[in-house]
Design a binder for this molecule. Structure first.
Ligand code: SF4
Ligand code: FE
Length: 481
């Protein structure tokens, strides 16, 4: 397993084509806007070497028996799935942002199931290819970016009906030694902190769309791949002097649009090729795993609740009954999210490939709650924190020889609370509820791993309605016992 330093050095060896503010970056790792997101992934390496986290963050590979980082692991039992949930919460609580590495873990697990199922039907060799690839990823301890979301163009039309056929990533050429693909994947979490990119279809597909039924993995710096970094609210604060106004001094996340412009994929890296009838299942596996992964939001919620309690104490309102009650409500909502992620893990089941899959219904219930509760937790945090979250002057004003004294005088609260402490905790609340970290805590909670309606469709599909009706009819005497 790599440590944080080795991970950073491994990224320096990549030759990624990354654009930010219209210019190509010559040094991605040290870019001040991206550096906090690299730090967050590095934490998944660093913490895996700490004895107290060994049980959650490391595991024996089912392929080699060697100790690997859990982010590279294929879940072998429900206990593995439960540890995955706990790992997500732990890392969320230690970084207060998206640490990016779960998408690759979820893609690997989804492919371990789908490749096996395709082989069973067609006698193909996708699962063997996949397992060779998996061993490589485990041995090198790599970060994989899971790339599912196509840009989708006109949502009312199927992939082959689009004005521009590249609105969904597809095969454009089949060669003797591989395939050529074109298209783009949007919202790619942690894209430029990844060694590998794993591409999967984004929706269930029909025969007319079989060229879109393609899954593969490539080194992230493969020729023809371009990354265009997405903006985040308040991102330019990372370029300012001083750290207080950033809120989170160490960590952050990033997303990118990833363009595949006629990219060659060798056959040994292709895990699905035109088996369109398996696209829907692969999407569902990945989505369900990632809906479980949102235990990370519970960890971020832990930090937000801690920050809210702290500002309540700094402001001298922590004993007010409504403040206490609001913090209880925040905890209740946060722990309810944790329950959902734990439950779908504990209720996991073994697929034919041997991989453990979460309970789909409960994973969707978990994610449906994630689309709502962080917003309410954020609302309560802002309620308790007060208006200063959005009207606070800058760190530079705090240090100004002219006006710093007025800030210290007029924004003081309890005796013994330094002004900068109050400022720091307010900025952290701002960061999580409306700054750079709100990308992960709020909007990504809404749309990541599928927007709310996607989970409602799955919930409707997964519940056993006929059993519910049968019981009701028996108990009311409509049907016999
Ligand atoms: Fe992992 Fe959460 Fe980031 Fe998704 S949003 S990659 S689950 S930390
Ligand atoms: Fe996500």
């Amino acid at each position: 397993m790599m440590n944080a330093e080795q991970y950073e050095q491994s990224l320096r060896k990549l030759n990624l084509v990354v654009y930010l503010f219209g210019e190509r970056l010559s040094n991605v790792v040290d870019n001040p806007l991206l550096r906090p997101s690299m730090n967050a992934v590095a934490a998944t390496y660093e913490l895996a070497h700490r004895p107290e986290y060994e049980d959650l963050l490391t595991v024996a590979s089912h392929l080699t028996g060697r100790k690997i980082n859990r982010f590279c692991h294929i879940h072998q039992n429900a206990g593995d799935l439960v540890k995955k949930t706990k790992m997500g919460r732990l890392l969320g609580s230690l970084t207060a942002c998206c640490f990016q590495r779960c998408v690759g873990m979820d893609a690997l697990n989804a492919l371990s199931i789908a490749t096996y199922d395709i082989d069973k039907k067609y006698g193909s060799e996708y699962n063997k290819r996949f397992l060779d690839y998996l061993e490589y990823v485990q041995e090198k301890d790599l970060v994989c970016d899971g790339a599912m979301t196509d840009v989708k163009g006109d949502r009312a039309r199927a992939p082959h009906e689009q004005d521009d056929p590249d609105m969904y990533l597809h095969v454009v050429e089949t060669l003797k030694d591989g395939i050529v693909v074109r298209g783009a994947k949007a919202h790619q979490t942690g894209a430029v902190n990844s060694h590998e990119i794993i591409v999967m279809p984004t929706i269930a597909l029909r025969e007319e769309d079989k060229d879109y039924a393609v899954a593969f993995a490539l080194p992230s710096d493969t020729e023809g791949i371009t990354y265009i970094i997405g903006r985040q609210s308040c991102d330019l604060r990372k370029l300012e002097e001083g750290l207080i106004d950033r809120g989170n001094q160490y960590y952050g996340g990033h997303e990118a649009l990833v363009v595949f412009d006629n990219v060659f994929v060798p056959w040994e890296r292709v895990f699905m090729f035109r088996e369109y009838e398996f696209a829907g299942a692969l999407v569902e596996y990945f989505a369900s795993y990632h809906r479980q992964s949102y235990a990370c939001k519970v960890g971020v919620g832990d930090v937000l609740i801690g920050a809210t309690q702290t500002i309540a104490e700094y402001n001298g309102v922590e004993k007010a009954s409504h403040v206490k009650d609001k913090i209880i409500e925040m905890n209740h909502l946060n722990e309810t999210l944790f329950c959902g992620s734990l439950a779908c893990a504990a209720e996991g089941h073994c697929k034919a490939s041997g991989t453990y899959m979460v309970n789909t219904l409960l994973a969707n219930v978990c994610k449906q709650n994630v689309t709502r509760f962080p917003y309410e937790i954020a609302r309560l945090a802002q309620d308790i924190a007060g208006g200063l979250v959005v009207t606070l002057p800058s760190e530079k004003d705090l240090h100004s020889p002219e006006v710093g004294k007025w800030i210290k005088k007029y924004y003081r609260t309890k005796t013994g609370i330094p002004m900068d402490h109050r400022m720091r905790i307010l900025r952290l609340i701002e960061n999580i509820t409306m700054g750079t970290a709100a990308v992960g805590y709020l909007t990504e909670s809404m749309h990541g791993a599928g927007s709310p309606q996607a989970q409602r469709i799955m919930i409707a599909r997964e519940v056993d309605m006929s059993l519910k009706q049968k019981n009701a009819k028996i108990l009311s005497g409509i049907e016999k016992r």
